[in-house]
Design a protein around this ligand. Sequence first.
Ligand SMILES: [Zn+2]
Length: 75
Amino acid sequence: MWFVPKQVILTKDNLLKRRWVGSSRCCFCDHDETIQHLFIDCPLAKLLWQTIHIAFNIVPLISIESLFGTWLAGV
Ligand SMILES: [Zn+2]
């Protein structure tokens, strides 16, 4: 989880910066894959956050920046 706010996870946008050859699209929804997309904006991520919200009554994460701030403080 430390890598997420540092934005150093090897998502496809970061791989392309390192001269990786491949599609920049998300495997789940075909949008450009970034950390923000993969953890927040992707429809699959939203479904997972909603499931967590229903199961554990934890407010869904709204931004990567809030992961170690308000969100984890409320868990
Ligand atoms: Zn997606």
